[in-house]
Design a protein around this ligand. Structure first.
Ligand code: APR
Ligand code: ZN
Length: 372
């Protein structure tokens, strides 16, 4: 048992409060991690603002890295002391999808209940009442007990912030390109929305050898960031004129149009724009998650007539134990400049301010840093 500091929301839609909680020792199949860094992702903002209803009270955060401090009974203690990235979707390893190798579709994940595999939590308030951990890892905390299958040791030399980003936006964006869509070298790729996820799609397109990469955002700063990562063309979107964005993407793509359009925002309007930008044979890859209950529309006849495709990409089809170390190696080799996504480091106490900045659309990736 130990005391930790954590960012808690009472329920979806409520502001964050920084609280002292007790953290019980790891049980069988669980690992104690001292957190080093946690990213502020738009998915946290969906919960914070009540777009996604989640149970509470709950410790926020699902993009994080730390150092393994202890393992529960039966686990290999040789990993203690190693830095690790955390997966926000701890696979059960037993369900049909896990057995097929599609762990991102696991139906038995404890992450679905924001608790440990036995359905209970290791976190409590001073009065003894239980507190959940978002997606079982609740990374906005100085330490956490998490399912062992969420913990992926990192090679030496990977900074904590980079490991944290591998845990969500990098795997989501890079994986959408290199795994879900399996983009061939020489392709023309457009990316709509240049937050941590969209910029990771841009990095993935570079890694895949795309010939032309079109970066699309309302923000000029984000477009410049994408240019620094290897985007070759850009379109500054005006949300009041969606047809101009579609036209801009088509023009920038040149003859043949974009082979792939990645939507990394999660708005019905931009999903429709991504599909409308496709030439015959083109593929739209939907990466951004919308609010619950929203529909997106497209004109059906040309979609079918032109043999177009739509793919949904969840977590970049990540198998964390295999893909996280690969992305880390690509970073170390200078082929995935993950650290360039970061535009702010902050203490846990400033989390609400970081949410304000993310809401305004000005933030790239903001990283909460924990003291060693
Ligand atoms: N047209 C173009 N760009 C837009 C528009 C628009 N209509 N609206 C917003 N954007 C841009 C913003 O300027 C911002 O750069 O989309 C980007 C979104 O980035 P973030 O808010 O940082 O979101 P991120 O964390 O990257 O997540 C994107 O993926 O997993 C999901 O829940 C997550 O839905 C979210 C999405
Ligand atoms: Zn995320």
């Amino acid at each position: 048992m130990r005391e930790i500091r954590a960012a808690v929301i009472e329920r979806a839609g409520m502001p964050v409060s920084i609280e002292t909680l007790s953290l019980a020792d790891p049980g069988p199949g669980e690992v104690l991690v001292r957190m080093t860094s946690a990213g502020v992702c738009h998915s946290d903002l969906h919960v914070r603002d009540g777009h996604w209803v989640r149970p509470g009270p709950i410790v926020m955060g699902h993009e994080g890295a730390g150092v393994i401090e202890a393992v529960g009974p039966g686990l290999d203690p040789s990993v203690v002391g190693r830095p690790a990235a955390l997966s926000w979707y701890a696979p059960c390893l037993r369900c049909r999808e896990c057995q097929r190798g599609r762990q991102w579709l696991c139906s038995g994940s404890p992450s679905l209940r924001h608790a440990q595999a036995d359905g209970t939590t290791r976190l409590a308030r001073p009065d003894g009442s239980p507190v959940l951990a978002y997606l079982s890892i609740g990374t906005m905390a100085s330490a956490q007990v998490v399912p062992a299958t969420a913990v992926v040791p990192m090679p030496d030399g990977v900074p904590p912030e980079v490991a944290a980003l591998i845990g969500c936006c990098v795997s989501t964006g890079v994986g959408a390109v290199v795994k879900t869509a399996d983009v061939p070298a020489g392709s023309t790729v457009a990316v709509l929305g240049l937050g941590g996820v969209g910029l990771s799609c841009v990095m993935g397109a570079v890694l895949a050898g795309a010939a032309r990469i079109i970066a699309v955002d309302v923000s000029r700063t984000k477009i410049d960031l994408a240019g620094g990562l290897g985007a070759t063309h850009w379109v500054q979107a005006d949300p009041s004129n969606p047809a101009a964005t579609v036209e801009g993407i088509r023009n920038a793509a040149g003859p043949g149009g974009p082979d792939f359009v990645f939507e990394a925002i999660g708005l019905p309007a931009t999903i429709s724009q991504a599909i409308a930008s496709l030439p015959p044979g083109g593929t739209a890859v939907l990466v951004g998650l919308t609010r619950f209950g929203q529909d997106a529309t497209f004109e059906a006849f040309p979609f079918v007539d032109g043999g177009r495709r739509i793919l949904g990409s969840n977590y970049g089809s990540a198998v964390a134990a295999i893909d996280f170390p690969r992305y880390a190696e690509a970073y170390l080799a200078g082929r995935l400049p993950i650290d360039r996504l970061i535009d702010r480091r902050l203490p846990l106490d400033d989390l609400e301010d970081a949410f304000d900045r993310l809401r305004s659309g000005h933030a790239a990736r903001q990283m909460v840093m924990f003291q060693g």
